[in-house]
Design a protein. Structure first.
Length: 629
């Protein structure tokens, strides 16, 4: 796992590009703490920061140049089928001087060009430079596990793994108002936009060429919209067999490592399946989970212990207090280089930090919820599509629920919150409902909050793009496909990448093996969700592999105690710093009246769920001060 960056100057006298790249590499040091190196050729400078996982020898360091001196690669990720690819290259005369997947990737791309990207199994972001033609080939993995940001103007093209590195390469810091408006609804900024104008995120499943100053973008993968031929019409029983086979193959691929490897184990179905599969191939697999002393409602360690015992893993538990979470707050905020307000990042940060003390690579269960309809909102969409008396009652009663206590902090208040949101959604079209249930606030809120909101046409066009995979009819697979493009790469995977890389830990996600994804999206929606519940085929396929207790409990979320922090430990920073009225007026981004109303509600006797809105502003304000002051 690594960090990459580079600058291609269109000016024959580009100035100190090497110094800029070296400063960018310093910003990427946690992604690759072992070796930072640069490559210079004419108007191009590439940089690489290395975390060694496969072939840890210096010979595999990057930037990596082939023996002819023509091609140079910088790459972040893992290619799991690199041994098979090397076997295919040898008959064509390829000779390898290392045992690394880096050299195989380089020579595969030389041999196959952009067509060869389709053959890669793994996760990656890379840039291949051709010295002879002066061109660059860049790509991002199919589902956006690894990031790739870029910027271009008349003088240069620059790219990096993280925004904090990109800004060292001369990128202007001008806020993207459309991105900001979406951020204050979703709590993250979806690709291809970023917080800065003209800074883009390469879309998952895409590659691009830079040739003669022109940037060309191409897709190379898409999630199936209709069943693949070999899965079409498959029975439920055969589909379970196929799922077990593909999942085991996916896990085995991800066990290749020259450094210590383990697995996250939350006690939920997804990570437990990954552990059950990995434990078949790794003796005394190291597993890691976190518990919450002060929040027993969210503590799943009892179930994690059951799985660890059943599969004889070497299990480690980290028991956290609310003070532990608060203690890492500024570490998380400081590492986040674009506003990102998913507060569960705090727990992922601590889990990654503690896990890194024992292993360098960890498997995780990310991706399953988006593929198999695992979220509450998926059941809500399904129920809304089915109609019925209860759904119609909530459609009319939801205004009454608005007057009852709503929060995620207790079972009853959370249930009222969910019923209220369901009733709201029943007033909307399926597309509008999807957006509302994906968001943490209504669309009027950011328009009222921001002094200069996005132009309506630009905002609507971006929102339409972000929901483009939805079908006009109630199709659960279309909804899940949209989650795979919106929620998964921009929230879930971005969170894991940032927090694991902040601790120099590589995280691998077997559910996002593209052979698994192709199978799952070839199956009908009723294999995944029906009146009995969510994740139907996933649970049934692995029922005998897991303790029965895992199947007889509600899905657990995780709630950071933000309201308590804001009203006590963080009250002064909120009043004197982040939401200080003088600062707000000088900043010129937020309407002072709206901010004052938020503060009044936050410190009132009935704040309801207002802390979620305050949190997204706090995250933005900390980022803003760090970035501009």
């Amino acid at each position: 796992m690594c960090g990459i960056c580079g600058i291609f100057s269109f000016n024959p006298n580009p100035g100190d590009t090497v110094g800029n790249v070296e400063r960018a590499l310093q910003a990427l040091a946690k992604r690759g703490p072992e070796v930072q190196a640069t490559f210079v050729s004419g108007q191009l400078t590439l940089g690489h920061s290395r975390l060694s996982v496969i072939d840890t020898s210096p010979a595999a360091n990057q930037p990596f140049t082939d023996e002819t001196g023509r091609y140079t690669l910088v790459y972040n990720g893992e290619i799991y089928n690199y041994r098979q690819l090397s076997d295919e290259l040898r008959p064509a005369g390829a000779v390898f001087r290392t045992h690394s997947d880096t050299e195989v990737l380089l020579k595969w791309l030389i041999h196959k060009g952009s067509e060869g990207i389709k053959d890669l199994q793994g996760f990656f972001a890379f840039c291949l430079f051709d010295k002879e033609t002066g061109s660059m080939l860049m790509a991002r993995d199919r589902f956006g596990i690894k990031p790739f940001l870029y910027y271009t103007d008349q003088e240069k093209f620059v790219f990096a793994s993280e925004m904090k590195a990109l800004t060292k390469l001369g990128v202007p810091k001008k806020l993207d108002r459309t991105a900001l408006q979406v951020y204050f609804q979703l709590n993250y900024i979806p690709a291809p936009r970023s917080i800065f104008q003209k800074v883009s995120k390469l879309m998952p499943g895409h590659y691009m060429h830079l040739r003669e100053g022109r940037l060309e973008m191409h897709p190379y993968y898409s999630i199936p919209e209709t069943p693949l031929a070999n899965y079409d019409g498959m029975s439920y029983e055969k589909a379970m067999d196929a799922l077990r086979q593909k999942m085991e193959e996916a896990v085995v691929k991800r066990l290749v490592s020259d450094v210590p490897l383990g697995a996250f184990l939350s006690g939920g179905i997804d990570s437990s399946i990954i552990v059950a599969l990995a434990a078949r191939h790794v003796d005394k697999l190291q597993t890691f989970s976190i518990g919450f002393k002060d929040q027993p409602m969210f503590d799943e360690t009892r179930y994690a212990r059951m799985v660890a015992k059943m599969h004889n893993t070497d299990h480690t538990e980290f028991s956290l207090t609310n003070d532990d979470l608060l203690g890492c707050l500024y570490n998380v905020l400081d590492y986040t280089d674009e506003p990102f307000a998913d507060s569960s990042a705090l727990a992922v940060y601590i889990l990654s930090r503690e896990t890194r003390g024992r292993v360098t690579v960890a498997l995780s269960g990310d991706g399953a919820d988006e593929m198999f309809a695992g979220y509450n909102k998926h059941m809500a969409h399904w129920k809304a599509s089915q109609g019925g008396v209860a759904a119609q009652m909530l459609r009319h009663l939801h205004p009454l629920l608005a007057h009852l206590p709503q929060s995620r902090g207790s079972y009853m208040a959370n249930k009222i919150r969910q019923l209220y949101r369901f009733g709201q959604g029943m007033q909307l079209t399926p597309r509008q409902r999807y957006w509302r249930w994906a968001a943490f606030s209504g669309e009027d809120y950011p328009s009222d909050l921001l002094i200069e909101p996005s132009h309506e046409e630009t905002y609507e066009a971006f929102k339409s793009f972000l929901t483009s995979h939805l079908a006009e009819k109630n199709d659960i697979n279309a909804l899940l496909r949209n989650d795979m493009h919106l929620v998964l790469p921009n929230d879930m995977l971005a969170k894991v990448d940032m927090m694991s890389m902040a601790n120099s830990l590589e995280v691998r996600v077997p559910f996002l093996d593209h052979d698994v994804v192709d199978l799952v999206f070839s199956l009908p929606g009723n294999f995944k969700i029906d009146q009995k519940g969510r994740k139907k085929i996933l649970k049934d396929a692995f029922r005998d592999w897991l303790p029965p207790e895992l199947y007889h409990r509600p899905k657990q979320g995780f709630e950071v105690p933000l309201l308590s922090w804001f009203q006590h430990q963080l009250k002064q920073p909120i009043l004197d710093e982040w939401l200080d009225e003088d600062f707000i007026r000088a900043q010129g981004i937020f309407q002072p009246k709206v901010i004052n109303n938020l503060k009044k509600r936050l410190f009132s006797s009935n704040p309801a769920d207002i802390h979620a809105q305050v949190w997204s502003i706090v995250v933005f304000q900390h980022w803003y001060q760090k970035s501009f002051e």
